[in-house]
Design a protein around this ligand. Structure first.
Ligand code: TXA
Ligand code: MG
Length: 356
């Protein structure tokens, strides 16, 4: 694949950035490409998405090819107005309505009964469809201008960490897609929460930006797919069975009663690996970065005191370990409350479940 990839940089540091002619022009050009069934990457509040017309199977096929994505893994359709749901969902259960009202636009994807015959390729032939309304001004403006539901998986090559900056998208997809709309770093840093709302109780298929606690506040009850945590149980969401977010170095998660205990364990393993001539990466935090040997690649992934900041920096840190070509990565672990559940889910997948 060697396509010319158009790059728009939209300056998001100014007030009311969408009012600027340069931003409007970028959105207009990107929307025209989407209408012509080309692929355009764009920012959302979670991670960058690789967008294409979700209603045209041939276009969705191009998304799978550009990413190298397994073809049985369905995509999320992104909408800007609730009315767009009528095209996609057979029905919108009251449970779904309540969650939409509380969290849309926002990092919540709803799995709904699909309208027969639509978006066959985007839903990978399932009879359900995943839909979300992203909370990002550029994403919403682009979807509105295109006037289409936009199928958009994360804009990374399959198996790589999701992109949280325009540069990450460029690294993976330059030459493979028609355009990249760069609106600066994304805010949340991990993907949306995927919730199946076809049953009585909302079922979390993928932890993400909206926490289980927040969902339970609205619906009273919430369940988590046992396939996410119970060994040997198959995840319900096709995407969760793949070893995603994998850095190239071999990664180990380190648990401990507190950060000092984790650091001690990591230092021991890092010293040994270094003596064997291996290049070592350490996923630390602002609080702990100074605990480690300066000869290792020590990266602070936000602040332990703020799980939100850890989520924001996670994928960039994983990509930097790849750039540094480390052989081994030792990662501190985090509490699983709030967005910590999503952080630990991604770290577990990155490490292929390996723990020390
Ligand atoms: O934050 C996000 O959700 C980002 C941004 C770009 O919006 N998108 C994203 O898409 O993470 P993707 O394709 O990387 O992940 C979609 C997830 C996969 O795990 C997929 O298996 C699941 O949603 N999914 C999609 N349709 C589904 C369905 N009908 N039933 C169950 N799981 C579904
Ligand atoms: Mg993804």
């Amino acid at each position: 694949m060697n396509q010319k990839t158009k790059y728009w940089h939209v300056d998001n540091t100014v007030d009311d950035w969408l009012a600027y002619p340069q931003a409007q022009q970028a959105v207009k050009e990107a929307a025209e490409l989407l209408q012509r069934n080309e692929l355009v990457a764009f920012p959302t509040e979670t991670v960058y998405g690789l967008g294409g017309n979700g209603l045209v199977d041939k276009t969705v096929e191009k998304i799978y090819i550009a990413k190298g994505r397994p073809s049985d893994n369905p995509l999320i359709l992104h909408i800007a107005e609730e009315e767009q749901l009528e095209q996609l969902a057979e029905e919108v259960p009251p449970l779904a309505r309540a969650l939409m009202e509380a969290f849309w636009p926002g990092p919540l994807t709803l799995v709904l009964p699909k309208k027969a015959g639509v978006a066959q390729r985007a839903s990978a032939g399932l009879d359900t469809i995943a839909v979300r309304m992203p909370d990002h001004p550029l994403a919403l403006a682009l979807i509105r201008a295109a006037g289409l539901p936009i199928a958009a998986p994360s804009a990374n090559l399959s198996g790589r960490p999701s992109p949280t900056t325009g540069r990450h998208v460029q690294e993976d997809l330059e030459g493979r897609i028609a355009g990249i709309l760069d609106g600066g770093p994304t805010g949340i840093g991990v993907e949306s929460t995927v919730v199946d709302v076809t049953g009585e109780v909302p079922l979390i298929l993928r932890p993400g930006g909206i926490t289980a606690e927040q969902i339970a506040d609205i619906t009273g009850e919430v369940a988590v797919d046992p396939g996410l945590t119970v060994e040997g149980a198959a995840p319900r969401s096709p995407g969760m069975k793949y070893r995603h977010y994998a850095p190239e170095g071999e990664m180990w998660l380190v648990t401990g009663a507190n950060v000092e205990a984790m650091a001690e364990m990591i230092r021991r393993h890092a010293d040994e690996a270094r003596r064997e001539g291996k290049k070592v990466g350490i996923l630390a935090t602002r609080e702990s970065a100074s605990f480690y040997n300066k000869n290792d690649i020590v990266l602070a992934c936000g602040e332990r005191a703020s799980l939100i900041s850890v989520a924001q920096h996670l994928y960039d840190v994983l990509r930097r370990f790849d750039e540094e070509k480390v052989d081994l990565i030792f990662a501190e672990t985090f509490l699983e409350n709030g967005v910590g559940a999503a952080v630990m889910n991604r770290l577990n997948k990155a490490a292929g479940g390996k723990r020390l």
